[in-house]
Write a protein that binds this ligand. Structure first.
Ligand code: DX5
Ligand code: ZN
Length: 224
């Protein structure tokens, strides 16, 4: 396990004040910024492109974790790397040439993430685990914030944790969707170390209290 990371997803932030929102969650103790890119093709929603990431860079010192829910992926990998993304995750379901797309992220100087939708078996990772720095397991069907955590993903988290531990590589296990104080304990216990939270942070009045509540709940023992 890597040290716990709390990554607020700006999908739940006030889009009219994104710079201030990013600054606020950094001050509230967040570790990374999770940047949800949606193209209204791979997922039924549309958010923002590389220019918005570039505009946000001066507002924060935190690592920007770009989650590309887009298809095709390669052109946007180039765009987000040039815009200053620190980590880029692409979906296994969004490219016919996953190995090539992951190598492209590496060539562009970014940390490499691979994302799986809830219905995609963990076996999809078996030929690429050596290529990545992070595995992102979706615990909601991607496209919208504020959805409920899908409990069957707990088993996938445990399966990926076992694969990462067997690999001996410092790969992060990120979970994304429906993370809140009442779900994060089981998610951490199953083996996740990198937690994306949108609503559980940005829909609260006090961001520091929300981040602290997630950190505390992540460490709490889970009832058997
Ligand atoms: C959904 C996004 C998630 C989402 C999480 O497609 O990838 O990052 O913003 O939002 P919450 O935490 O509200 O479920
Ligand atoms: Zn996301």
């Amino acid at each position: 396990m890597q040290p716990l990371v709390i990554a607020p997803s700006i999908l739940a932030a006030d889009f009219a004040r994104l710079g201030e929102e990013v600054r606020a969650v950094e001050a509230a103790g967040a570790d990374w910024i999770h940047f949800d890119v949606m193209d209204n093709h791979f997922v039924p929603n549309l958010t923002f492109g590389p220019m918005v990431l570039q505009a946000l860079k001066p507002w924060t010192k935190l690592k920007i974790d770009a989650h590309l829910m887009v298809e095709p992926v390669d052109a946007l990998i180039e765009g987000f790397a040039a815009a200053g993304a620190d980590l880029i995750s692409v979906h296994v379901e969004a490219t016919k040439h996953l190995d090539r797309s992951l190598r492209l992220i590496r060539q562009k100087g970014c940390a490499v993430g691979v994302a799986l939708n809830p219905a995609t078996p963990v076996a999809a990772l078996d030929c690429v685990l050596e290529e990545v720095d992070l595995v992102l397991l979706m615990s909601v069907n991607p496209g919208f914030g504020g959805q409920s955590f899908l409990p069957h993903v707990l088993d996938k988290i445990a399966q990926v944790r076992a694969r990462i531990d067997r690999s001996g590589r410092p790969i992060r296990l990120e979970v994304d969707g429906g993370i809140a104080p009442d779900t994060i304990g089981a998610i951490a216990a199953a083996g996740a170390d990198t937690m994306v939270a949108g609503s559980a942070i940005f829909k609260k009045a006090d961001y520091a209290a929300a981040v602290a509540a997630l950190r505390t709940a992540a460490r709490a023992p889970v009832a058997a």
